[in-house]
Write a protein that binds this ligand. Structure first.
Ligand SMILES: [Ca+2]
Ligand SMILES: [Ca+2]
Length: 101
């Protein structure tokens, strides 16, 4: 009978594990949501299609206005992305901007 009694009540160690599990899952979810581990907003394969879509006047450059049409959130990084400071983004500059998001 002693053995049966013991099996009905989980050991303290098992109880701790059951209590800790949800906490571990929560911690893992939080880690996944942190910016450093988030998946890139844009994929390299998307740059060319986005470029062709947002270069509305097809002059081979992306202006602030054109960028704001695609993603206003990127405007704050326009100056940072405009590496040659000509006031527009080349395909290469757009690529750097999108892939750094
Ligand atoms: Ca343009
Ligand atoms: Ca530029």
């Amino acid at each position: 009978m002693k053995n049966n009694v013991k099996s009905v009540f989980p050991s303290t160690g098992l109880l701790r594990l059951l209590v800790a599990c949800p906490l571990l899952v929560s911690a893992a979810l939080l880690a996944n949501m942190s910016p450093s581990k988030a998946a890139p907003h844009y994929q390299p394969a998307e740059v060319q299609p986005i470029w062709m879509k947002i270069d509305l006047n097809a002059d081979g450059k992306i202006s602030r206005e054109e960028l704001s049409e695609e993603d206003p959130a990127l405007l704050s990084r326009f100056d940072q992305a405009d590496l040659d400071h000509d006031g527009t983004l080349s395909l290469r500059e757009l690529e750097v901007l999108l892939l750094s998001v």
